[in-house]
Design a protein around this ligand. Structure first.
Ligand SMILES: Nc1ncnc2c1ncn2[C@@H]1O[C@H](COP(=O)(O)OP(=O)(O)O)[C@@H](O)[C@H]1O
Ligand SMILES: [Mg+2]
Length: 296
């Protein structure tokens, strides 16, 4: 049985999110995006919102990234422009987005940055906005959360079928703003208790947003990653997820541990391109098919 989703024809934004780190968010994001562009001819943009820039470095060498950073051709420029819209625009998004990355037509990347905004810049902005207005810091902060990533994505939203957001772990301004800019979310999860705690924190945050009518985001599915051999613990955790979310929310495709996946990082390309015959790559290909059926 498939889940019904409010699919938009263009520019669906999907958060790839779990508050826990190391659960495979980035690996799922880069391989899923690659499969959807390569096999289904979708126009897919990955936006790297993590200051660890793992998604960016899944597609380019650190030296290449250093050059982009030096030229200011990273997400930071767009975030700064969103925070200070009156400043002269240094680059348009088109000049920053890396197109047809790894020679895959329709696969684009918005490179992240190791620093996305300075706390004092934001504090100054909140101060400016609050002064002379009948609102407090909390309300201004909330407006920033509601608008920041939406403003960044808006100019190029309709150039894509799908926009996948990759986040750092934890509950930060950028993550909250990215969730509030999304139509859907997918949770990559490991079958271990801490991964489920990360889901609990995320669900709590999304429930809060929904209760205050700040989002209508819908869960598209949970992807189980890095499955080892079945243990009592993993069986219990899986039973817990099914109890909390229902069986249909779990993608049937599970991503196994596979050294080819880790090895791909050294080649700066996703495993579905470096070692397409590996069990890891085959699982991502299958996940791409399942996603496509579920979503389209
Ligand atoms: N299926 C897999 N097999 C082997 N290694 C994996 C697999 N998935 C992820 N990894 C490795 O595990 C680490 C964490 O994965 P990552 O996708 O970066 O997680 P997150 O983005 O949630 O922090 C990375 O070093 C990655 O290369
Ligand atoms: Mg990551």
């Amino acid at each position: 049985m498939t889940l019904s989703v409010r699919r938009k024809t263009m520019g669906s934004v999907i958060s790839m999110v779990n508050m826990k780190g190391g659960v495979g968010k980035t690996t799922v994001t880069v391989n899923l995006a690659t499969c959807l562009a390569k096999n289904h001819k979708l126009r897919v943009l990955i936006v790297d919102l993590d200051t660890q820039i793992n998604a960016t470095l899944s597609f380019m060498t650190p030296a290449h990234f250093a050059k982009l950073k030096q030229e200011k051709r990273t997400l930071k420029t767009l975030i700064t422009q969103a925070v200070y819209p009156k400043n002269e625009m240094i680059f348009s998004p088109k000049e920053i987005i890396q197109q047809n990355i790894c020679n895959i037509k329709g696969l684009d990347l918005m490179p992240g940055d190791i620093e996305l905004y300075e706390d004092f810049v934001l504090a100054e902005m909140i101060y400016d906005h609050t002064m002379g207005k009948q609102q407090n810091y909390g309300q201004t902060w909330q407006q920033i959360e509601d608008r920041l990533i939406k403003v960044v994505l808006k100019p190029f939203l309709n150039n894509y079928d799908l926009i996948l957001l990759d986040f750092s772990p934890g509950d930060h301004l950028i993550t909250r703003s990215g969730i509030l800019a999304s139509d859907f979310y997918i949770i990559p999860a490991k079958l271990e208790p801490l991964s489920v705690i990360g889901i609990g924190i995320l669900e709590g945050r999304i429930k809060q947003f929904k209760e205050s009518n700040r989002t209508q985001i819908e869960l598209l599915g949970i992807v189980l990653t890095s499955l080892g051999r079945n243990t009592k613990m993993s069986t219990n955790v899986q039973a817990r997820l099914i109890k909390d979310f229902g069986k249909n929310i779990l993608f049937q495709t599970e991503i196994p541990m596979n050294v080819a996946v880790a090895r791909a990082i050294d080649e700066c390309r996703p495993v579905v391109l470096t070692e397409p015959q590996s069990v890891g790559a085959k699982a991502f290909e299958e996940l791409g098919e399942e996603f496509f059926k579920r979503f389209y």
